[in-house]
Design a protein around this ligand. Structure first.
Ligand SMILES: [Zn+2]
Length: 77
């Protein structure tokens, strides 16, 4: 099981209209593990945002879904 991944998963509501965005949407993530910020981009199919810490390669995965948060800044501890 991918328990390590599941702990850092959040629901994010993305209400942006298709085609309206310029470039790929991204989230700003503060990796508390190493005290660094990194942008993580939405997956090609639009179902999630996935990325990893630039220093220790800790993976993060934010699921896009209704009822989630509209925040664009996150801290991963
Ligand atoms: Zn790290």
């Amino acid at each position: 099981m991918a328990d390590e991944l599941n702990r850092s998963r959040l629901d994010i509501t993305d209400t942006r209209a298709p085609g309206a965005a310029q470039g790929r949407p991204y989230l700003s993530v503060n990796f508390a593990c190493c005290g660094v910020y990194q942008r993580i981009y939405r997956s090609p199919d639009g179902s999630c945002y996935a990325g990893r810490c630039p220093r220790c390669a800790r993976p993060v995965n934010f699921k896009v879904g209704q009822g989630g948060t509209s925040a664009r800044f996150f801290t991963v501890s």
